[in-house]
Structure formats: C-alpha cells, structure tokens
Design a protein around this ligand. Sequence first.
Ligand code: M6R
Length: 618
Amino acid sequence: MCGIVGYVGPKSTQEILLGGLRRLEYRGYDSAGISVITNGGALETRKKAGKLDNLIAEITNHPLAPANIGIGHTRWATHGAPTDGNAHPHLGGPTSKLSLIHNGIIENFAELKAELVAAGTKFASETDSEVAAHLIAAEFEKTGDLVAAFGAVVKRLHGAFTILVIHQDAPDVVLAARCNAPLVVGLGDGENFLGSDVAAFVEHTKRAISVGQNQIVILHSNNVELRTFDGEPVVPEEFTVSWDASAASKGGWSSFMAKEIADQPQAVADTLMGRLASDGSVRLAEIDGLTEADIKAIDRIVMVACGTASYACDVAKYAIEKFSRIPVQVELAHEFRYRDPIITPNTLIVAVSQSGETMDTLMATRFAKEQGAKVLAICNTQGATLARESDAVIYTHAGPEVAVASTKALVAQMTAGYLLALFLGAGRGAVPAAELRSLGKELLKMPARVNKVLGRLDSIRALGKELSTAKSVLFLGRNVGFPVAMEGALKLKELAYIHAEGFAAGELKHGPIALIEEGQPVIVIVPSPRDADSLHPKVISNIQEIRARGARVIAIAEEGDAEVENYAEHVTYVPKSANIFSSILTVIPLQLFALELATAKGLDVDQPRNLAKSVTVE
Ligand code: M6R
C-alpha cells in the first residue's frame, strides 16, 4: 500500500513526481523517493525516510539535474523498517543503472533472493522489492531488451505488485506491470503519466486508462502500449476522470480532513444527482441491467467492506431490509472470505469501498464471483480494481478523499446505500410506491441538512478540545445510530490514539456498563422522538443508567428534543429528518469531535501513525 507515480514528457519531471507524490501521500508516508534519468543521460536518485517533506528537503540540499523521465514512490512499510535504505526506488545490477519502485508484496522474494545471493548479488536493503530490481537488471544485461527482460521477470513474481522501472540505457521509456495492485495511465499531449490512482496526475490530464490484471505498460512521451504478461497486445479502454484537481488540495483549510468534512453537503448532493427525481423516485442507470425479475430473484444480500465502509453497510442494512424486505448480512471482507460462506446464484454481493483497492474487499468479491454471485460495487474511485471487477458499479461522487480518516466518502456511501435501498424497495414492491417516493423526497433534503449541521458545531468543537486528556471515550447508539457510534469510536482511535468503543445502547446492561465510572465521557446518539415506534425512551433510560454511575453524557439529538437536556451534560442538535436517514447527520459531530481532540493533542490528523489510506495487502 504505497503510492507510485511515473512520468515521461517535456515538463520538469521532479515537479511532476513530487506533485504526484503529494497527492498520493495518503497511501503511505513512512518514506519517499524519486529517480530520474537526467537530460545528460545519468540515473539520479534521492530518497529519505519519513514524510515527503524530508525528501523535498533532501532534494533542496542535493538538487537533481533537469530530466524528462522519472518515477516516484511514497511508502507504507511491509518488508523492512522505514529507513533511508529501505525507501524506494531500489537500484538494480552491479552498475546500478536500473531504478525500480514497487507497491505490494512479492511473496516468493525469499527464494528469488537466495538465487541472486548465490550468484553474488549484493543487496542494499531489506525489502522484497529490491529482488525484482536485480532480476530485471540481470536479465537486461543478458538480452539487451528491457521490455523482454521486464516481461520475463514479472512473470516470475508471485503476490501483489505494481512495479515501475526506468533504465539509464533505455532513457525514453518507463515500464510498468500490474498484478493485484492498482495502476492507472494518464494520457497527456506529448507527455504521459502513471499513478496508483488518478489523483497522481489529475491536475495535468483527465484522460486516463485503467490497466488490467497481469498487464504491462510501455510508456513513452508520445505513445502508450499495453500488453499482457504473455506479450499479447491489449486494446486500452480510455475514460475521462470526473474529479476536479482542486478538490484534492487543502484550499486554505487547516487539514484535508477539515476540508473533507466541510465538503460533505456536496458529496451527498453529488451522489444523489441524476439518481433521485424531484418526485422522490430513484433511477440507478448503472444497474439498469438488473431487471425486475432479477431483483425479485435476489434472496439475500451480503454486503462486504472494511473499516468505515463497513459501517456504511451496517446503515444500508437497516434501510434495505426496511424498504425491500430482502435479508441483508454485513460482513467484514477479511472474515467473510475465509470462513466458507454460503453463496448461491441468488445472493447479491454489494462491496463498498472508497478506494476500490482494499485487498480484503477485493479478495472477498473475487471469491463470491467464483461461487457464481453477482457483485455490485459502491465505489468512489474511477478506474479502481473493484469497479473493474464488479458486474455493476454505483459511484459515490465524493471526489478525492485525501485524509486517511474517511469522512465525506462515508456519507456518500451511506447516501448510495439509501438510494440502493429505495431502488430495491421499488423493484420488490414490499412497501407502497408512494411511501418510497416520500422517503426519496426526504433524502433529497439531506444535503441542505448536512450543511445546517456544519453550522452548529462550535460547542462539540470546544468539547473535543476540553476532552483532549481523556483516556477513553465510549459511544452508544441504536438502530442506524449504532453504526454511527462505531464510526465515532473508530475516528477517535485512528486520529487521537485513545481507547474508544462503540456499543449498541441496548447491549449496555449486558456488560459494557461495568466500564462506567465517575467522569467517563459517553457520547450518545439519541434517535428522533417523533416516530411512533421510536427507540427514544429506551435510549433516554440508557442515559439515566450511565448518568447514575457517574458518566459525563454528551448527546447528539434531533432539534426540538428538549427532554434530552434534562439528562445530558451537553447536547449537539441535528436537523429533523426521517430517523432512517439520520446517520448522515449524526456522524458529522463525531468526525469534528475526533478532529478537534486529536488536533488539541498536537497530532497529524491527515496522516495518523501506522495507517495508510488504502490497504492494498491482506
Ligand atoms: O478504501 P476503503 O473504503 O475500502 O477503505 C476501507 C477502510 O480501510 C477505511 O474505511 C478505514 O477504516 C478508514 N481509515 C477509516 O477512517
């Protein structure tokens, strides 16, 4: 799970590579490096442990000569500690004329390394990647044909990899290979790009090609050629990137996370756009292929995802079951794949992923497809592997999400889940069409309501600062408030590095209440009191139970719910909405709370320790 970028063209290669790495830094930030072939024909490399700024300082101290071709890497360490030596690029061959970057894991590196060591090769790093650099360099020495050497070696590698290579003796080409790790080509005018995702080059071009499994790219400034690992030519499928380059910059905000929280009204609106008519009816053109008969034949939906995306699935489960009466099972992708799950041709798999590159989610969907299930993806990234490998895709239109902690992608996933629920509801006819349309109209109002929530967050912000020394925060919720509680806890763990747990409020008395002691902060998502079958009284009872045991209760409640003020020390109100859609609103104060608490602790909210945004290894 590293970021890779490649460039051939007339512009300053150093600037293009560093700009691309800046946009890909969310994929890993343990170390970074670039190699270029200078206009004088020399291979030059700079690399440094730590964040990209360390590499930039290194380049400032030791400038690179002008160049029109190069590769760059930002690392999330797997094999070998995050040191200067283990940073990519890695050089290959006795004269170090080849430079290589790698994202993924080469599973058979130990046996390949043994072979090289026996032949006298000296290694400069502890990485698996360096093996590939030496193998390709050695093969090239033998044949003098870099493309053939590259093709021969990538076929010997097992595992997951995207590899980019440049060689001093072939100074006009970047070679790339893709196997179980992401790679996209950017097509420019007299220049071409490679990236782990389109964010790497979207400021230069919106024309892109996604590269398929086991394919090689031969990238020149005026030409791009794709081949299979077996040398067969591949006809590239071009697409236009819809992301706006400016969306991937901070634009004056203190952090990407702060900006992305503020982007949420737009993310919800863009995800609804063109899919929800003003009369509340849903049209999902992306899954037009699913006929009414197909929908009627679905006997179970299994939603697979990881982390925050799995909480979007939990929310969708409530809505899909309520609107369509199709049973929904939510599975963490890594657990699902390895427990011999029951899948039939009537099972619909819905895989949810911001990046579309999460390996656990990809493995789960591949497995389900092998069992004959249809896979529908909910994905934010065009050209991503998940989108390519699924039968249909509902794109969330959250735009590029750079901060490691997911915020706007989550509300967009929740929105897409609600749309899917209404769509399936209409197809199944279990709920009257007029009722579904009225819910659809309610969903249309959510962008404005999200905007309203954002205007009311000063007190939760202050509370985040006030609680910056808290050792633990608990979160409680029911119904769609339960996954929101889980998400609130995850945000706090990943950003502020403190103990946080989310519970179903009804579960409290079955154990977790023993955690409550004097002063324990507990954030409670309170459901709307307005529905006839509202769980509001039950959650109020839960609040009283924990208050009686000394908890500091912080409530997220619906405006107009005056009762909650009698029991909570602090209340943040969100606008009224149908309770089923309230997750989109109640999650926002929790995001802000975690952001403020972590910031008050002096932590880097965009790049929390030990994490990478997309986890492209299992
Ligand atoms: O790209 P994905 O949506 O598949 O990522 C899934 C999780 O890794 C991700 O949501 C993770 O939990 C976030 N860092 C949470 O903020």
